[in-house]
Design a protein around this ligand. Sequence first.
Ligand code: GDP
Length: 536
Amino acid sequence: MNTLADFPAEAQLKPQIARRRTFAIISHPDAGKTTLTEKLLLFGGAIHLAGEVAARGERRRTRSDWMEIEKKRGISVSSSVMMFERNGIVFNLLDTPGHEDFSEDTYRTLTAVDSAVMVVDAAKGIEAQTLKLFEVCRLRDIPIITFINKVDREGMDPFELMDQIADKLALELSPVTWPIGMGGQFHGVYNLNTHDWHKLAGDGSTKFGTTERLTGLDDPKLDAAVKPDVLAEFRGQAELVAEAMPKVDMEAYREGHLSPVFFGSALRDFCVADLLDGLSAWAPPPRPQPAGDVAVDPNRDEVSALIFKVQANMDPNHRDRIAFARICSGRFSRGMKLNQVGTGKSLAVTAPIFFLAEERELAEEAWAGDIIGIPNHGALRVGDTLAEKGDLRFTGLPRFAPEILRRVRLGDPMKTKQMRRALQDLSEEGLAQVFRTHLGGDHIVGVVGALQLDVMASRVEAEYKVKIEFEPAPFATARWLAGDPKLVKAFVDVNKSVVADDVDGDPVYLARNAWELNYTREKNPDIRFVEIKEMH
Ligand code: GDP
């Protein structure tokens, strides 16, 4: 039998792209994202034994814990993209940073996916971070599949969960699998579409055992194995679902109005395979990517790619970096020359990397939807477009006005040069934003969440051997200045004490408080004070 790879590249283009699913998992800490990720890789055949995360999860992750993880760059890098193949479908799973603070990195990762899986803890329902991330997905029309985790434990009533999710997220839900009892009464999970019954192992634990296909909800095999009251309740619920809740409608899902719901347990292996089947069947293949007024069709012949993430200092001895590029169109092959749009430079991509679950591999070819890592020495920046031909430029990667501003204080003044380098590198990586004031040349660091400050200080010390501290800055908020360049320059000239440059050299206005920002805005109606900067 011929495989796709036997056909010439032109003939492969469409089917190769159509079989790709590039997605992320969004959740609140502790809902089970790490466990589910491992199990997806395991069921997807990418790893052979799931690592133990239970021990770590027993205690809540602390700040220092997280920084330790961050410091071990190897781990966090190899897990930021994971590629695997199952039943002919190629999955690219992108990790959204797992810390509780909200960061731009998360936004940028979500820019590079076509769909997402939302993990919800059955006992807790929708939590704060899930909601925030969901809103980002909605902003970007990213369709969502819901995985309600931990049904092996006592949880909220399934309908109560459905109501809560539907209400809070204004989303129609379509249950695909449903638990037969929960917690102490847990008797496995039933797939309402296939009538597969995922049974317990039967050793007194809540582990998954085998799957049996039943004739339907009335199948006497259920009566033989499940306590009558638990079964009666389950049957009642399943009938209600069939009557009252919509079936999966692919169009409604892809438009973001409806979410298929899987009840399961990542830890106990329930419904991980069903979830992968759902992603294969419904999740969208690579979608057109916005580039100004046009959307770039993934099936275009010419290769184009967007750098959505840069990770510096994977090896602290060499100032190397990996730029993560999402191939947005065409078929990429190793050695290809791509233009870095807007700079006039071109780049021979000789050592692109695929991130597989347990290893990295030289990427000989990649198709739209795939993520490749490109080693470089700082030439590639977040937001860059790489293109085989033409000057299209992908848009939509945002940089947000930071909510917390701090002045950097350097312990040892002899190390100014290293400090500048460190701040520049880490801000290019997107960890925080760094502004340089026009008067005085202070370095001001801006972040969206306070934890980023700790991470920044710890990485500057670990990777650049420079101790820095943060002290209060007299500013509360920052806005990019836009409008007629002459007017912007005039504004900058008379407001030197409250203007700084960002890493790209674009001017930023720093306000002491919201009142001052409003006042300045009113006084300068011809200038726009921009809260979200599109990177280019
Ligand atoms: P993350 O913070 O979202 O990545 O969550 P983890 O995957 O680290 O899981 C948090 C805790 O929940 C860990 O102790 C896991 O062992 C536990 N956990 C994850 N999935 C399940 C599940 O299906 N059932 C039960 N009982 N515990 C689970």
